[in-house]
Design a binder for this molecule. Structure first.
Ligand SMILES: *Cc1c(COP(=O)(O)O)cnc(C)c1O
Length: 399
């Protein structure tokens, strides 16, 4: 294949573009994972992860993709035949519920049209119906990456409280952590699941469980078989910054660097940046005259935007043309949305000009692929971004 100059645009909603600082941090000799230098790194990383999750609870790190951390959350807390309530907000929620069923749990799945998040009123109703408190856990995906919909976790927590139900609350934040405001402690989440390759700007290969006290207590009597995923030995070793088995040392170098970068930028500014890029993207999509998958404006995702192609226009053909012409990868439609949508990832290591380039690639691609659309999407996004920059400059002058 011929050399393609310039950077590839990896605008899928994870894995995301790797910052040079993270790449350089990983390009180091592997050290003794039982030595003092490692222990110091471990402690810094655990503290940084707690900051990202807005929690004081411990965080377990697995050398696994996010799917492993899903399994860890379930096998540590539940027993065979336990009832679990899940909401099928999209492909990722569907896969998680499939896993729960395979593990021997009794899963009740609430269906949606894949265009909205978890309905807090439905959570309250379902839990209120459960007079005997047979439901042991409620599992929800914070940001449904297959549809670009963000569920309102604070409102779901309030619904659980309104029902007065003791179910464990587990939340998948794989594509929201370090992109969209997420508060493990304030929202009373029992297990948070996260992954390395999306907002954390790392390669795939690490995933996380943030473990609340109630979940830890449940793990003492949970009967699903667990060994590799068991929290107990992990948490004991982690106290001094170490791991019970060989950790993914070089990925941890990258994680330490990414956490430093996020701290330097400031978590609130990281959230604001993702919100700005998401809004600019939606303005572009509307100007093109295309439809956003998410049907509920208060649930628009700040990590990605999923866009429908007009009937009769294959979204994957459009993606292929954009990859060939502009060396940019966009997310494919998953599950029932295959061929019908494409997804623009605007999460991770990203800035205004990278977004402008991304949207320009989409707009030119729409023309090349003969997808009916209006011009002016990039223009609409640029006007919004310039307005944001002006406002920021004004704030700086006033300060
Ligand atoms: C990416 C993703 C997953 C799957 O994680 P893997 O690392 O591919 O195992 C699960 N849930 C959500 C919300 C995701 O975005």
């Amino acid at each position: 294949m011929a050399y393609r100059s310039g950077r590839h645009f990896l605008q899928i909603p994870g894995p995301t573009n790797l910052p040079d600082r993270v790449l350089r941090a990983m390009n180091m000799p592997t050290i003794d994972h039982r030595g003092p230098e490692f222990g110091r790194m471990g402690l810094e990383i655990f503290e940084g992860l707690r900051e990202m999750l807005q929690t004081r609870q411990p965080v377990v790190i697995y050398p696994a993709s996010g799917t492993g951390a899903w399994e860890a959350a379930l096998v540590n807390t539940l027993s065979p035949g336990d009832r679990v309530l899940m909401f099928e907000t999209g492909q990722f929620a569907a896969l998680w519920s499939k896993m729960a069923t395979r593990l021997g749990l009794q899963v009740e799945v609430v269906a949606t049209d894949w265009r909205r998040g978890v309905d807090p009123a439905m959570v309250e109703a379902k839990l209120k119906e459960d007079h005997t408190h047979a439901i042991r856990a409620l599992c929800v995906v914070h940001n449904e990456t297959s549809t670009g919909v963000t569920s309102r976790i604070g409102a779901v927590r309030a619904a659980i409280d309104a029902a007065g139900h003791p179910a464990l609350f587990m939340v998948d934040t794989i594509s929201s952590l370090a992109c969209i405001d997420y508060r493990h402690d304030e929202w009373g989440v029992d297990v948070t699941i996260a992954g390395s390759q999306k907002g954390l700007m790392l390669p795939p290969g690490l995933s996380f469980n943030c473990v609340g006290e109630k979940a830890l207590a449940a793990s003492k009597s949970a009967k699903l078989p667990k060994s590799y995923w068991a929290w107990e030995e992990m948490l004991a070793a982690n106290k001094s910054g170490f791991f019970p088995y060989t950790p993914a040392t070089n990925l941890l170098y990258g994680l330490r660097e990414a956490l430093r970068m996020l701290r330097e930028e400031g978590l609130q500014d990281v959230f604001a940046r993702h919100a700005r890029h998401a809004e600019a993207t939606r303005r572009a999509v509307r100007a093109w005259g295309l439809e956003i998958v998410c049907a509920v404006p208060t649930e628009y995702s700040n990590s990605l935007t999923a866009v429908m192609t007009p009937q009769g226009h294959d979204a994957d053909a459009l993606r292929r043309i954009i990859l060939d012409a502009y060396d940019m990868s966009l997310g494919t439609g998953l599950g029932r949305l295959a061929g019908k949508i494409f997804r623009i990832g605007h999460l991770g290591d990203f800035n205004d000009l990278a977004l402008a380039g991304t949207l320009a690639g989409v707009e030119m691609g729409l023309t090349l692929a003969n997808v009916p659309h209006e011009k002016g999407g990039v223009q609409a996004a640029m006007e919004y971004l310039a307005g944001c920059a002006e406002m920021k400059a004004g704030e700086r002058r006033a300060a």
